[in-house]
Structure formats: C-alpha cells, structure tokens
Design a protein around this ligand. Structure first.
Ligand SMILES: CC(C)(COP(=O)(O)OP(=O)(O)OC[C@H]1O[C@@H](n2cnc3c(N)ncnc32)[C@H](O)[C@@H]1OP(=O)(O)O)[C@@H](O)C(=O)NCCC(=O)NCCS
Length: 164
C-alpha cells in the first residue's frame, strides 16, 4: 500500500495527506483494530486483483452518526490502476453491505470540486448531488510548492431505498 498511498498524486484532491509509510501503517493498524471494536464504526475493505491478490485500493465506510444511521464513504486506488473501472466495481460491491448488512440509512460522499474521477464514480452509482460547500477543505495547490488552497466540496448522498 505504501507504494501508491504515499504518492502526492493520490492526495491531490483529498483534504488530508500526503502520508508517509508510517501513516500507511497507522491507517492499516486502525483498520485492523477497529474490527474488534464493540460498537464498530469503521469498515475498511482491501481491494485486490483477482489473479495476483495485489492490493490496489481501499474502500471505507465510516458510521458517523449511529443514531441517524448515517455513514461516510471513502475510497482510493493505486494510480497505475486508475481509469480501468476498479473504483466503480469496488464501491458498487460495498453498497449492499452498507445498506443491508449495516442497516445504514444515508451514505454521504464528499468530493473536491475538481476531483472529476471521484464525483463521476459516485454519480454513475446513482448518488445524488445535494450541494456545494464553498471553501470547505484545504487541498494541495497546483503550484510548484503545492501549498494548500481552500477548495469547494461537492456533497453527494444515497439513501437506503435508492440502492439499485
Ligand atoms: C477517484 C478514484 C478512486 C477513481 O477510481 P478509478 O478506478 O480510477 O475509477 P473508474 O475507472 O472506476 O471510473 C469511474 C468513472 O469515473 C470517470 N473517470 C475516471 N477517471 C477519470 C478522470 N481522470 N477524469 C474524468 N473522469 C474520470 C469515468 O467516467 C468512469 O466512468 P466510465 O465507466 O464512464 O469510464 C481514483 O481516481 C483515485 O484513487 N484517486 C485518488 C484518491 C481519491 O481522490 N479518492 C477520492 C477522495 S473523495
């Protein structure tokens, strides 16, 4: 995972990161330890190639408001595998688990306004664009120094009865 999750391109439109190898270890540690949480809120999926078992991405469902059965969706894939349909396939597989097994009522996805691959992915899956949060998150800038700049976020949502 450290081979691709430490790549600044991976973090270009995300509001955290880039992370180093220690950060990747912390992420995996959290994903593993949350499995035994009594009131589990984090569900991380490792996405692997069928033939080689190579880890190419992760999908996260995080329950943010248990009382309202609301969860947040997150995902990221190795740059060498972008644009080949893996993101779409993996997130699609996680939706029935989220709404049926976990009983989530509302799943929210927050995408930077310029993260076209990310917002197209959720739109293709049937999420609804619900709004724009202006100057919502600091993302890495395009300048040589990559100084963070404030950017708008697009908010997408899917409700349990909208699962196709
Ligand atoms: C966002 C991300 C997960 C998309 O995964 P992916 O596997 O490349 O996406 P897919 O190949 O499944 O493509 C899904 C749809 O997005 C669109 N898309 C993909 N890459 C695109 C790009 N670079 N520009 C514009 N649209 C793009 C396509 O419309 C595609 O649908 P299609 O079947 O019509 O071609 C991937 O780019 C990534 O890991 N980015 C870095 C991490 C990140 O930004 N995560 C999201 C944080 S909100």
């Amino acid at each position: 995972m450290a081979d691709w999750a430490t790549d600044p391109a991976y973090w270009r439109y995300q509001h955290v990161g880039p992370i180093d190898e220690a950060g990747v270890r912390r992420f995996i540690g959290e994903a593993v330890s949350s499995q035994s949480d009594e009131s589990r809120r984090l569900f991380d999926f490792a996405v692997c190639l069928r033939d080689t078992a190579e880890l190419i991405g992760t999908v996260r469902v995080a329950i943010v408001e248990p009382m309202h059965r609301e969860a947040m969706l997150g995902y990221g894939f190795s740059k060498t595998h972008w644009g080949q349909g893996y993101g779409l396939e993996a997130v699609q597989k996680v939706l029935p688990f989220t709404f049926v097994a976990l009983g989530v009522h509302r799943l929210t996805a927050v995408c930077d306004q310029d993260n076209e691959a990310s917002y197209k992915l959720v739109q293709k899956l049937g999420f609804t664009l619900e709004g724009r949060l202006r100057g919502h998150r600091r993302v890495l800038g395009t300048g040589d120094d990559h100084n963070p700049v404030y950017s708008d976020s697009l908010i997408f949502g899917m409700l349990s009865d909208e699962l196709i």
